[in-house]
Design a protein around this ligand. Structure first.
Ligand code: LLP
Length: 463
């Protein structure tokens, strides 16, 4: 029996939740460059454009809801990460944030590597021509079939997540006469300052092998004995949407300490460490993310310093940003269907998407911003909650925001910073058809993931 009833949605009737910003922005027509993709502008008539195309035209051509992705911005962010880390380190884009064949081609062209965490992501990567040696394969419970495919494809590294997997991968590679390059994922006991569901490096969780109790040292001992694998390094990922580098500092220190122990016990200096992803982005104007060159400088300094004090050669560093690359490059375009003022409370603005295209607000209490993008308005600000069209009161996209008081059915709204973990976590709840991803660049727009249709739904339903 469940301990408590819940009204088909986690939260109700909190008019001003804690930490709620009570003042609207000075100008609701202004677009804060922190949260919007780089080519987003509002023109003289007040219509917003991306990649040189107005959202009104994009809505006409591709419909709503739609994820609009600024390809130039995506590529620029890839280059910024690659340049920041230079030739002495490797950047692996975390495909779980958003992956498609077009994205794989952009990554390849911009010189990035790719982290995949399932057979499906691996297939997408290989199909789009990512060289296998530039792929890292992750996951806490990879199937035998997935491991076989990864080994046979010749992926650059498999990140081992458990004692069973050390033996499994070694066996599969050995049987095929291969020596698979691997890293061991360790949990360093750091809980990054973020939502509990997405913090991953504290010990009470399913990922990795704990440094505590000598477990990780034991994993290294076992891995070094097996012919089928070549242990190239240690991996750690401490969480998501992190702004404070202190967590990485502790994590790097503990990983380097393990490298020193390995050197002392086995006389082997493991050549690589991977510090994972998790770097935060701005979802609202309140967030202040760091630039890639700051992150690179700070991570490199931490690792170099720790290695010097342990008298170790500095290993090659890799990182796995997902959200920080793709997150800010896209926004979701919706059309307003209904506007419902609740006297003394707030106004509910319903759009034609919802929790099926962005589950993050319902799942993590994520905060987003929103803007009226099909026209300029000088009406007074009104406190709104932007909700979707699903049969669930927790179907909230933006919990608290201000929109012009004349916002009306037919207006287009955009929610920025939805490039990461929105399309990739989209669902068919209520038999919704998942929206397309449209890449826009230099005045040209093309669909890179098409809109799902009701036919697609029926095709899976074999009757
Ligand atoms: N590397 C590993 C091993 C990971 O597990 C992850 C994310 C990343 C890299 C990329 O993290 P990023 O830089 O994108 O934060 N669905 C959640 C996030 C889950 C992240 C899981 N792992 C969300 O919507 O916030």
């Amino acid at each position: 029996m469940s301990r408590s009833a819940h009204p088909a949605g986690p939260r109700h009737a909190d008019v001003y939740p804690e930490g709620h910003y009570t003042a609207p922005a000075d100008d609701l027509n202004a677009l804060d460059e922190k949260v919007w993709a780089r080519t987003v502008r509002r023109n003289e008539e007040g219509v917003v454009s991306v990649g040189g195309i107005e959202v009104t035209r994009l809505a006409e051509e591709f419909g709503t809801p739609a994820y609009l992705l600024d390809e130039a911005d995506f590529r620029a962010r890839c280059r910024a990460w690659a340049d920041a880390f230079g030739t002495e380190a490797d950047v692996f884009y975390a495909g779980k944030a958003f992956l498609s064949r077009a994205v794989v081609r952009w990554l390849k062209e911009e010189g990035l590597n790719l982290d995949v965490c399932s057979g499906g992501e691996l297939t997408t990567a290989l199909d789009a021509g990512m060289p296998a040696e530039r792929i890292a394969f992750h996951g806490n419970n990879k199937s035998t079939e997935e491991i076989v495919r990864a080994v046979e494809a010749g992926v650059g590294r498999i990140v081992l997540d458990s004692f069973q997997e050390i033996v499994r991968v070694a066996h599969i590679a050995h049987e095929r006469g291969r020596r698979q390059r691997v890293q061991i994922r360790v949990t360093v006991g750091v809980e990054a300052h973020t939502h509990e569901f997405i913090a991953t490096a504290h010990e009470d969780q399913k990922f990795g092998i704990a440094l505590a109790g000598g477990q990780a040292a034991e994993a290294v001992r076992r891995a070094l004995k097996l012919d089928g694998i070549e242990l190239i390094g240690i991996h750690s990922h401490i969480g998501s949407q992190i702004f404070d580098m202190a967590g990485f500092e502790v994590s790097a220190r503990r990983v380097v300490q393990l490298l020193a122990e390995v050197r002392d016990e086995h006389g082997v200096e493991l050549p690589e460490i991977d510090l994972g992803g998790g770097l935060g982005i701005a979802y609202t104007s309140e967030d202040d993310p760091r630039e890639p060159h700051h992150i690179a400088k700070s991570l490199t300094e931490i690792v170099t310093r720790e290695c010097e004090s342990a008298n170790l050669r500095t290993p090659r560093i890799s990182v796995e940003p997902g959200r920080a690359i793709v997150g800010p490059t896209a926004f979701t375009l919706y059309e307003v269907g209904t506007v419902k003022p609740l006297e003394g409370l707030r106004t509910y603005v319903s759009v034609d998407g919802g929790m099926s295209d962005n589950i993050r607000t319902a799942l993590y209490d994520a905060e987003y911003s929103v803007a009226l993008v099909s026209r300029r308005s000088d009406a007074e600000p009104m406190l709104v909650r932007v909700v979707g069209k699903h049969c669930e009161s927790g179907d909230i996209l933006v919990r608290d925001a201000f929109l012009p008081a004349d916002t009306a059915p037919g207006d287009l709204l955009a929610v920025p910073a939805t490039g990461a973990y929105c399309r990739s976590m989209a669902s068919n709840y209520n038999h919704a058809c998942r929206p397309p991803v449209v890449a826009v660049k230099d005045g040209a727009a093309r669909v890179i993931v098409r809109r799902e249709t009701e036919e697609d739904l029926l095709r899976l339903d074999v009757g």
